[in-house]
Design a protein around this ligand. Structure first.
Ligand code: DC
Length: 228
């Protein structure tokens, strides 16, 4: 039973499906809090990389996880700022290296346990649109709305490449594609909380849809499920 008086919208799906873009827009339109959980894993990944700890170094990660002090600041413009031990790392966590680090460290049980409470607490105190990999399956299994947002790997990699290139990164499409496929593989096959579609989620394939169309479809699903 869901005793949470707030509405939770869970959006899961593979890398680069556009979850953040859509979740941010839907949250702004509905006046809900947008929570990008990938950014939290990225922040942990960034910390481990600063400490020189590799993504598979279980002992090292366990040793350091208690030193990770993360604060999430939601600014009025909808941007979710990530503050790691007092430093704003929002822009520093968006590199391909940190994407892979985040995917690696997110397979460690101590990291997932550490972040679970933080995510549940946010959903316990706000109406949220939360995006990630295990929101509908593990973090918020009672979410009123669950959507699995996906697109072909080629299209997702193309979007991510465009995004990085527009930010001035000099990166080859082939490398972005390889990273996307590798990350999906890791995220779907890890032992705990792997990426998968919740049994009660609606699948939305946005390969050939515009952002406007996906936002409209998401809002229609939310209306249907919550009456709001
Ligand atoms: O959504 P993203 O690309 O920013 O996520 C980065 C990595 O974090 C992703 O490859 C896997 C991990 N992650 C996770 O394991 N669970 C989540 N709920 C969100 C992200």
């Amino acid at each position: 039973m869901n005793e949470n008086p707030y509405v939770s919208v869970a959006i899961d799906g593979p890398a680069g499906a556009g979850k953040s873009t859509i979740a941010k827009r839907v949250a702004a339109d509905l006046g809900y809090l947008y929570v990008d959980t990938g950014a939290i894993y990225r922040t942990v990944g960034y910390h481990m990389s600063l400490m020189g700890i590799g993504p598979k170094d279980k002992d090292g990660i366990e040793r350091c996880i208690d030193d990770v002090n993360i604060r999430i600041e939601h600014q009025p413009d909808g941007v979710q700022h990530m503050i790691l031990n007092g430093q704003d790392v929002t822009d520093l966590i968006r590199t391909p290296e940190i994407s892979m680090m985040a995917s690696g460290v997110s397979a460690q049980p101590c990291v997932r346990a550490y972040l679970l409470d933080m995510q549940r607490e946010l959903a316990g105190n706000h109406n949220v649109v939360m995006d990630g990999r295990d929101i509908g399956t593990v973090v918020l299994p009672h979410a009123q709305v669950k959507v699995y947002l996906t697109a072909s790997a080629e299209i997702r990699a193309r979007r991510r490449w465009k995004e990085l290139t527009e930010k001035g990164e000099n990166i080859r499409f082939e490398d972005v594609y390889t990273d996307v496929v590798k990350r999906d593989e890791q995220d779907m096959n890890r032992k705990i909380a792997p990426l998968k579609c919740a049994a009660d989620a609606e699948v939305l394939d946005c390969s050939y849809l515009t952002v406007e169309q996906v936002v409209a479809e998401m809002k229609a699903i939310i209306r249907r499920k919550t009456g709001r």
